[in-house]
Ligand binder design. Structure first.
Ligand code: ADP
Ligand code: MG
Length: 432
């Protein structure tokens, strides 16, 4: 069984399928085995760390930790596997939980997120009764997929953005959003995995999409179509738009009488191979974070939009065939913090809130035919307008959450938002 075969086999180019089929079964079995071993090893390491934690007198959460461990002890885990079927949805909403990091372990953070199956996630919210007895409020959520802390970027890609690549060859628009609080793993997922401060741009969703776009181009169906691939990278900061491929030059957004929205002067570089794209990703990412000191910097207050565009040469013109927009959204924590912050931060928080609310409504409208898409609600939805219309448009949201108890409120906010983007019925959930 191929690891990522989608149910709509007919629409995939054949050489691509052959390619996947020819992957030896042994190799697939080996990948699965490695993953199982990695999972087991991580579980062991975590058990040791947990044991140390719960033994520590000073940890105010040790009783909760024991309750969570007991809860987990009674679950038969059936996590997502590489071989699981990738469903062809118009709208896909999923959640990824990152591991606790060393800093959080250092602060005696407790992991309050459990992922029992491939589509269910549980938040163990610590609570107190009136008589101060401690108890857990175990809240269940269901999504298209839930990725636990053992999943890497490639696996996340296979279930989220990968099935959308064919869309842009068939005249549709594709979008993939990373949503979540600052520090939850948005940039890690979209741009590439971090090793300390160094980011590996080869294994982010941007790069994986680029790889697959060039693979599709090789296919006989598209090879002689005069398709031309290009890319742009820009940042939306409040109402302002900056070109990340042109030293953050400020750009204007214009809308003509036919509601066609244009980012005037946006750099669009023709790319001929994956390496060209990687170079642009690297350049734009550095531009985005340059001159910033902490994680709590400008980049967490802006949306980064990376686009891969396919155009077809006609007589003197290059018409857009399809566009894949990949968006590393601003941190969603701003709204919640508005009381404590200064005026500037409050205004920014308001803008971010507004854009995230407009985004949610636009995605919901895409899923319900005939519903109005309120794209003018924010700069973000305005520039992405053509992605939210048309039968062929498809979108995917990856909600990222930090596992620690200190992030519990933010995680619940993120999960509720994602839940509203696509309301999946959570039957059977209570049986767990
Ligand atoms: P965000 O962009 O949402 O603010 P980042 O992507 O910068 O968050 O991630 C914050 C930190 O957490 C980074 O050091 C990153 O390497 C780490 N991290 C995020 N997701 C994961 C993951 N799935 N596995 C391991 N580390 C992760
Ligand atoms: Mg980031």
């Amino acid at each position: 069984q191929s690891p990522s075969r989608s149910p709509s086999k007919l629409r995939k180019p054949t050489n691509y399928r052959k390619d996947e089929k020819s992957k030896p079964l042994k190799e697939i079995a080996l990948i699965a085995k490695n993953r199982d071993e990695r999972r087991a090893r991580q579980a062991d390491e975590k058990a040791v760390k947990d044991a140390i934690l719960s033994a520590e007198q000073g940890n105010p959460y040790w009783e909760f930790l024991n309750m969570i461990n007991e809860y987990r002890h009674n679950i038969e885990f059936q996590p997502l596997r590489e071989s699981d079927i990738v469903v062809d949805n118009q709208i896909t909403v999923c959640v990824r939980k990152r591991p606790l990091n060393d800093k959080e372990y250092g602060k005696k953070e407790v992991d309050v997120i459990t992922v029992p199956t491939k589509d269910i996630l549980i938040v163990h919210e610590p609570k107190h009764k009136v008589d101060l007895t401690k108890y857990l409020d175990n809240q269940h959520f269901r999504f298209d997929y839930v990725f636990d802390e053992t999943c890497n970027n490639e696996l996340v890609y296979n279930f989220t953005a990968k099935p959308l690549v064919k869309t842009i060859f068939e005249g549709g628009m594709a979008t993939c959003f990373a949503y979540g609080q600052t520090g939850s793993g948005k940039t890690h997922t979209m741009g590439g995995e971090f090793k300390g401060k160094h980011q590996n741009f080869n294994n982010g969703i941007y790069a994986y999409v680029a790889h697959d776009v060039f693979r599709y181009l090789q296919h006989s169906k598209y090879k002689d179509q005069n398709f031309c691939v290009s890319a742009s990278f820009f940042e939306i900061y409040g109402k302002l738009v900056f070109d990340l491929l042109a030293k953050k030059e400020r750009l204007k957004v214009l809308e003509d009488g036919k509601q066609v929205v244009q980012v005037v002067g946006l750099t669009e570089k023709v790319v001929e191979r994956v390496e060209d794209v990687l170079e642009l990703i690297q350049r734009g990412s550095h531009e985005r974070t340059s001159g910033q000191t902490s994680a709590n910097s400008n980049s967490s207050r802006s949306h980064a939009v990376f686009q891969i565009i396919i155009r077809k040469f006609g007589r003197n013109v290059k018409n857009v065939v399809g566009k894949f927009s990949l968006i590393d959204l601003a941190g969603n924590e701003r709204g919640a913090d508005t009381f404590k912050s200064n005026r500037q931060t409050r205004i920014e928080g308001g803008d971010i809130n507004k854009s995230l609310l407009a985004l949610k409504e636009c995605i919901r409208a895409l899923g319900k035919k005939g519903t109005h898409c309120p794209f003018r609600g924010s700069k973000l939805t305005q520039v992405l307008r053509d992605s939210f219309i048309g039968e062929k448009s498809r979108t995917c949201m990856i909600a990222l959450i930090s596992p620690g108890v200190a992030s519990c409120e933010h995680s619940l906010n993120t999960l509720r938002y994602a839940d509203r983007v696509k309301e999946l019925v959570a039957n059977d959930v209570d049986e767990l």
